[in-house]
Design a protein around this ligand. Structure first.
Ligand code: AMP
Length: 351
């Protein structure tokens, strides 16, 4: 167990790290952020900051020497340099390795009995044509690595669209378009002893590939599919020997839950847990990686809606506070670029 007063290292300097650090501070831990960008909204609320490239092994080992445990908030941290600090890492970096490549992630989930969208790896124009021929269109071409928030994705309406596409200089995967009734996520926490707890699943709405809202309770279609999705998510976490908070995103379809992707970390669709659950995803992540007992994940409100504040939305965000059930979270980012997540608002209706 890492007792309060210890130091938690966080790889990545964004808002997820900021909220982990705030939960950790509440429990008496110090956080030390490691990130390559000088501007870090996580470092602003942490005790220490190492600003260095992911590949700087000397900086990484000095950072690790100052920490009792190291976690991450950013899932594209290169795995190679982490091997030197592996004993300190929670979760184990095999979770990063699996989730960083959409192809290995889908194969892994299939091996556990999960169903992803029909897919094919694509490296050339011929392979894309073959994939569309076999899977059909519409579909989505995605880079296998480094995509997030709808970046590195191209909608393909027909085989003719595909001819006009210039493939990126990186491996891609073609996915058939899933006709879904709704999207939802399963967020779980797994302790060092293997205990698993789930939060209630929110129904998620995306705009342009970016999460817009997470709503609880979800509709009936999602509710009916949560048990099967939980079963798969728990298998994924167990097979990875996972410690901490992990998220799996699903499409609710007429054929049951279709696995979209996993995030080996706390997740935007779990921000509602700060006010809406007995224990937030951030607090339980800290508890799990520090070997403390897990907190109750029960929902404590009748209704919860989390809305992301994207780009310029943040400028007038404080106006939401006229509603006494609204909780504003601003991440302290200086520039409100288009599509950038600047904060979120959680609206709670009490039981
Ligand atoms: P991703 O980054 O892969 O999670 O994609 C972001 C969002 O794009 C998803 O949450 C869906 O709304 C949409 N999307 C991605 N892949 C598919 C698919 N195969 N079929 C339908 N919608 C998709």
């Amino acid at each position: 167990m890492i007792a309060p007063g210890g130091t938690i290292g966080i790889l990545g300097g964004g808002q997820l790290g900021r909220m982990i650090a705030m939960a950790a501070a509440q429990m008496g831990y110090r956080c030390h952020v490691y990130a390559p960008d000088r501007e870090s909204v996580a470092a602003e609320v942490s005790a220490a900051f190492t600003c260095a490239p992911w590949t700087d092994e000397a900086a990484l080992s000095d950072f690790a020497a100052a920490c009792d445990v190291v976690t991450w908030e950013f899932e594209n941290v290169p795995v190679g340099p982490l091997s030197a600090i592996e004993p300190l890492l929670a979760p184990h970096p095999r979770a990063l390795e699996t989730a960083q490549d959409r192809l290995s992630e889908k194969r892994f989930v299939e091996s556990l009995g999960g169903t992803p969208a029909a897919y094919a790896p694509v490296d050339t124009a011929e392979e894309l044509a073959e994939a569309i021929d076999r899977i059909g269109a519409p579909g989505i071409l995605k880079t296998r690595r480094d995509g997030y928030d709808g970046k590195g994705q191209w909608r393909i309406g027909s085989a003719r669209d595909a001819e006009a596409i210039r493939l990126p200089q990186a491996p891609t995967i073609y996915e058939g378009f899933v006709e879904f009734a709704a999207e939802f996520s399963v967020i779980l926490v797994r302790g060092r002893d293997g205990e698993v707890r789930f939060w209630d699943s929110a129904e998620n709405a995306h705009v342009g590939g970016v999460l817009a809202t997470s709503t609880l309770p979800p509709g009936d279609t999602v509710t009916a599919q949560v048990p099967a999705a939980r079963e798969l998510a728990a298998k994924v976490a167990g097979a990875l020997g996972y410690v901490g908070v992990m998220t799996c995103e699903f499409f609710a379809t007429a054929e049951g839950p279709v696995f979209n992707e996993m995030a080996p970390r706390v997740h935007n669709s779990g921000h509602w847990t700060i006010e809406g659950a007995a224990t937030s995803q951030f607090e339980n992540h800290v508890r799990a990686i520090c070997g403390l007992p897990l907190g109750d994940t029960a929902t404590i409100a009748a209704q919860v809606v989390m809305s992301n504040l994207i780009g310029e939305d943040a400028a007038s965000a404080h106006e939401c506070l006229a509603d006494p059930g609204a909780h504003l979270h601003l991440y302290g980012k200086r520039q409100a670029r288009d599509g950038r997540k600047m904060g979120h608002v959680t609206r709670i209706a009490a039981r």
